[in-house]
Design a protein around this ligand. Structure first.
Ligand code: TXA
Ligand code: MG
Length: 327
């Protein structure tokens, strides 16, 4: 099941226990299985096996210097893979299971392969809160590394159908657990040098994390003279269309993505992330709506201004990358 990324039949599995056991067996045999988490769908592989991880990078066309998140069924299991300081412990206690990833130094007992960690001496760990993800991780009993289940650089998948659009024929199976609840990826916090840093805004707000820590998060920056956010590529989450931010008026030929009041003007297609101006609703709709508007084939998607607080920080981060110049 490993090796070349091309042409394999992709099985569609459901969320029942028998199918979850089938998915775990495929993973244990070195296959690639997409599964739902509460944030986005992940493309899972056995994190212990460099060979399997190599096939995952190939299926996603992901650069190998961008390390992966290891998913575990419990904080206890995660704490065997990494070394947790007091801050990391407190964050794990409050936010796991949930949309938070902690980057910590590898423990001597760490089983996540070097390739999955891109050779770093740290490891990214996450305990997801989705019942299907939990059951699958429980059934596996090894760390499952899982990037978002899209081709590298594209919009992240929040439904099984999105996974198949990008990866059908390149992965062994997808477990369909319906649309995801949070809709943006996990928040990533590095606890490496006694100064917790926000590497990526996500499903847990900066404000909520700072409240638990009792202090402000540092920016990504460096630890011990090395940059600590290796995968933060500027262009990412990109639909085919160009993306224009902070639009207050639709221009001819554009599609419109509103938040709160509709962006005025004659749009080729239009959707509203949250007519009521609710950031959680907007986050849940973000990637699916970008895909739908993109499907209408406009040259540009004009996006309304969205507040930057709470979940708005993650939404604006994804939109900025979607709008960034493409390589
Ligand atoms: O919500 C999520 O986090 C989803 C679901 C599937 O769990 N996963 C996800 O994975 O977003 P991915 O591969 O798209 O993003 C992982 C990010 C990358 O930006 C990578 O650079 C960072 O985590 N990362 C992983 N290991 C790291 C490490 N040791 N140090 C710093 N950053 C790391
Ligand atoms: Mg991703």
């Amino acid at each position: 099941m490993t090796g070349e990324a091309s042409s394999r039949a992709t099985e569609r599995l459901g969320p029942g226990q028998a199918d979850i056991e089938r998915a775990a067996a495929i993973l244990a045999a070195g296959g690639l299985v997409a599964f739902p988490t509460e944030t986005v769908y992940g493309l899972g592989a056995d994190g212990r096996s460099a060979r399997t991880v190599a096939s995952l990078y190939a299926a996603k066309e992901r650069p190998r210097f961008n390390p992966l998140i290891a998913h575990l069924p419990s904080a206890e299991a995660a704490m065997r893979e990494g070394l947790f300081d007091d801050d990391a412990r407190r964050l794990a206690q409050v936010f796991w299971p949930g949309p938070l990833t902690l980057v910590v130094p590898v423990s001597p007992a760490c089983t996540v392969s070097d390739l999955a960690r891109a050779g770093l001496d740290s490891v990214a760990l996450r305990v997801p809160a989705h019942p299907v993800a939990s059951a699958l991780l429980q059934a596996c009993g090894f760390p499952v590394v899982a990037p978002s289940a899209n081709r590298s650089g594209r919009v992240s998948p929040t439904e099984a159908a999105h996974v198949l659009e990008d990866l059908s024929g390149r992965i062994d199976a997808v477990v369909d657990g319906g649309p995801t609840r949070v809709g943006v990826e996990s928040t990533i916090v590095a606890c490496l040098d006694g100064r917790p840093r926000l590497l990526r805004p996500g499903g847990v707000s900066r404000e909520a994390i700072e409240e638990v820590l009792g202090r402000r998060l540092d920016e990504a920056g460096e630890a011990g003279g090395k940059p600590i956010a290796p995968g933060a590529l500027a262009s990412h989450y990109a639909p085919r269309a160009q993306v224009r931010l902070n639009a207050t008026q639709v221009r001819p030929g554009e599609a419109a993505l509103s938040f709160g009041p509709d962006v005025p003007g004659d749009a080729a297609a239009r959707l509203n992330l949250s007519p009521a101006g609710d950031l959680a609703e907007a986050a849940a709709n973000l990637f699916g709506y970008l895909r739908r508007l993109d499907g209408a084939g406009p040259a540009t998607i004009a996006v309304a201004p969205i507040p930057g607080s709470g979940l708005g920080e993650a939404i604006n981060d994804r939109l900025r990358r979607a709008a960034a110049e493409r390589p």
